[in-house]
Ligand binder design. Structure first.
Ligand code: F6P
Length: 550
């Protein structure tokens, strides 16, 4: 049988708490623990977390805090912030926090302060933004830039899209952003359909500069630009790159002055704060990008310096562990009651699942406990008319976070009142439901027959007792958005620390890349397929036939 968690002393006590909790309800907890709503709330960096609607007693929560202590979270957190090489399998520091370090703190990697390099790159980004915004960055026919196309995938896309969508009210009207992500030719085609080559700036965004999708899209974009009349010698006006691999970017033909660096201590899924995020200030302003960094920095400082019981990422992480490891929850939902945050769950999927979707510990031993959950999500109220049915009446326990704002950038009639009302309503419905006795009483009062009541009441009853966090901000501003993303980054870190994982490598994605290369070679050649029968050769043959390759 699987263990609940690594052998921390407090695990037995937590297991007993979990057994007792299984006998109770969130409603009963509120009755026993008076002013739970007042106490189970924490504020930081413009965000307020209300975690009172959870299936956990205050004493169980106190023991979860001990779990964080016994997992050595204090030392692990300090090691990350101080630039220790905590990504041991790749021998790298983990310093996305340095990218948004707005204070004076020196951050050393191998004895060298990384802050001057970060500030220098920010200065270059600011200069680029000034030039583009002043209309002084012109294409080969002398026209200023109007379209900016980000070619990148994974961490070189998801965080950028999340941030830029979240900053929609701050976006420039004279510029249009586009994304080419997938190797599906449709992705490139739909962008080429709407851009004007003479006024387009491509950003080739790739930490490694070896990612297949980005490479083939960048090559195709360049070929298209040449076809459209761009002289090869003028390509520096239309292509810039962000990469840790300057040699590859230069070999691709990007002028060295147009390459913005990032460092090996920035993980791809944590890179939106680096030059990888250049589309963000280009489409808004450098000042807005700095505000985003400042919000993240405030959350970093909160996480770095606050005791665990008042520490927002720590609490969120512990609640996640409570359900994953003690209640066998398989997934975690993030419901954003803000349309401008529609892309956020996608970013969280990479951030969380690429970080903690692991099966061995940092020292290579197989884990004997559940690790990262399936992260999913969507925007409210849309989800209420789709998958919320399963949340309310399905058989699975799915904890959710409801993310909402008190005010809006878009005051239209009573829309915001309705939106926030429904964010709160879902919190109530999930936690408290509507019990069968109440429904039976209402049906009886309506004069329904006993037979109809017996058939219908169980179908209409909503059991409630579904754990839900409310994460509320005043307004979706650059600072609150920065804090929100950093909050989840730290939550993922804490969970990885307790599960004893390296949250910063991603070897699991490599096999698919190797097989993809091999199968690509087979699909595109006419040579005999020497293949043991795994079912693959049939597909290779039919694909080749379709493409006239024998
Ligand atoms: O294949 C996974 C991955 O390496 C992610 O970790 C990364 O964010 C993405 O691919 C893109 O990588 P790059 O920025 O190097 O192109």
């Amino acid at each position: 049988m699987m263990k609940t968690l690594p052998s921390y002393d407090v695990v037995d006590a937590l297991t007993r708490h979990a057994d007792q909790t299984a006998e109770t309800t969130i409603k009963q907890l509120h009755q026993i623990e008076t002013d739970r709503a007042g106490r189970m709330t924490v504020s930081a960096a413009g965000l307020n977390l209300d975690f009172s609607r959870h299936l956990i007693s205050e004493s169980a929560l106190a023991d979860l805090i001990k779990l964080a202590e016994q997992a050595g979270l204090d030392q692990k957190r300090a090691a990350m912030f101080s630039g220790e090489k905590i990504n041991k399998s790749e021998d790298r520091a983990v310093l996305h926090t340095a990218l948004r370090n707005r204070g004076e703190r020196v951050v050393l990697v191998d004895g060298e302060d990384v802050m001057p390099g970060i500030r220098d790159t920010l200065g270059r980004l600011s200069g680029l933004c000034d030039t583009v915004h002043a209309g002084e960055w012109t294409g080969w026919t002398g026209k200023p830039v109007k379209h900016i196309v980000n070619i990148g995938i994974g961490g070189s896309y998801l965080g950028i899209k999340t941030a830029l969508d979240g900053l929609r009210p701050y976006q420039r009207k004279e510029l249009q952003a586009h994304y080419v992500v997938n190797v599906d030719p449709a992705d490139l085609a739909r962008t080429l359909d709407v851009i004007d080559p003479e006024t387009t700036l491509f950003i080739i965004c790739s930490k490694s500069f070896t990612t297949m999708e980005t490479r083939v899209n960048a090559e195709a974009a360049k070929a298209w630009m040449l076809e459209q009349g761009m002289p090869e010698a003028e390509s520096a006006r239309h292509f810039i790159a962000v990469s840790n691999n300057i040699a590859k970017a230069t070999a691709f033909g990007i002028a060295e002055a147009n390459i913005f660096p990032l460092w090996d201590w920035v993980g791809g899924r944590y890179s939106l704060w680096s030059a990888i995020g250049v589309l963000i200030p280009l489409m808004t302003s450098f000042a807005v990008f700095e505000r985003l960094l400042t919000g993240a920095f405030e959350m970093d400082e909160h996480f770095r310096t606050t005791s665990f019981e008042n520490n927002m990422p720590v609490i969120m992480a512990l609640l996640g562990i409570w359900y994953s490891n003690f209640f066998h929850a398989q997934s975690h939902g993030v419901l954003t009651y803000a349309s401008d945050l529609e892309a956020f769950p996608g970013h969280l999927q990479q951030m969380d699942m690429e970080s903690n979707g692991k099966r061995v510990t940092t020292d290579g031993k197989a884990v004997d406990w559940q690790t990262g959950p399936v992260i999913w999500g969507g925007v409210g109220t849309n989800g209420q008319h789709a998958y919320h049915q399963l949340l309310h009446q399905g058989t699975r326990l799915i904890p959710v976070d409801i993310v909402a704002a008190l005010t809006t950038h878009n005051p239209v009639a009573e829309h915001q009142d309705w939106l926030f009302a429904h964010a709160l309503a879902q919190g109530q419905a999930l936690a408290y439901g509507c019990q069968e006795e109440q429904i039976r009483a209402e049906m009886t009062a309506q004069g329904m027959t006993q037979e109809d009541i017996d058939t219908l009441a169980p179908q209409k009853a909503i059991p409630g007792n579904k754990p839900v966090s409310l994460l509320v901000m005043d307004k979706l501003e650059p600072e609150t958005l920065g804090a929100l993303v950093a909050l989840y980054e730290h939550k993922v870190f804490v969970q990885g620390a307790i599960w004893q994982l390296n949250s910063f490598d991603q070897f699991g994605v490599e096999l698919g890349k190797i097989l993809g290369d091999q199968i690509f070679d087979q699909l595109t050649s006419e040579q005999n397929i020497a293949e043991e029968d795994t079912g693959l050769s049939r597909w290779i043959q039919s694909y080749r036939q379709k493409h006239g390759r024998g």
